[in-house]
Design a protein around this ligand. Structure first.
Ligand SMILES: *[C@@H]1O[C@H](CO)[C@@H](O)[C@H](O)[C@H]1NC(C)=O
Length: 123
């Protein structure tokens, strides 16, 4: 009970820092990542972003947001903000009927390819 309260508080804190950094547009140096098609780490992060999209955005507005199948990250840049990694990704994915769509994400602060949080890039 105690442990889960602490970890919940920590995640909230982490999320708050993350949102603050994004909304205040704290800028580091942005670098385009070359050859993303063959970059395994970036492709895994892209796959995770589509997973998160299906879990988070689809239930939020099922009429508008249809579930997607990850295809490929086609463009990526990396900005390091106060030691955190902030990726901006363009991801191709497919509707159930095979139609490919391209979606922009800000995938913020991935310490590794398995844990991080993706946001739709609405700017
Ligand atoms: C596939 O589904 C999407 C989303 O509903 C739709 O926009 C698109 O027109 C469909 N494409 C075909 C070929 O049916």
């Amino acid at each position: 009970m105690m442990k889960s309260t602490v970890s919940c508080t920590l995640s909230l804190l982490f999320l708050t820092i993350l949102i603050t950094l994004i909304s205040f547009q704290v800028n580091g140096e942005t670098k385009d990542i070359p050859n993303v098609e063959s970059n395994k780490e970036v492709q895994e992060i892209g796959r995770d972003c589509i997973d998160q999209y299906n879990k988070k955005e689809v239930p939020r507005d099922p009429a508008k947001n249809l579930p997607l199948t990850f295809k490929q990250v086609v463009k990526a840049s990396l900005e390091t903000v106060l030691g955190f990694k902030k990726y901006t990704l363009k991801i191709n994915s497919a509707f159930h009927n095979g139609t490919i769509v391209s979606i922009d994400f800000i995938s913020a602060f991935y310490p590794d390819e398995k844990t991080g949080t993706c946001f739709l890039n609405v700017s």
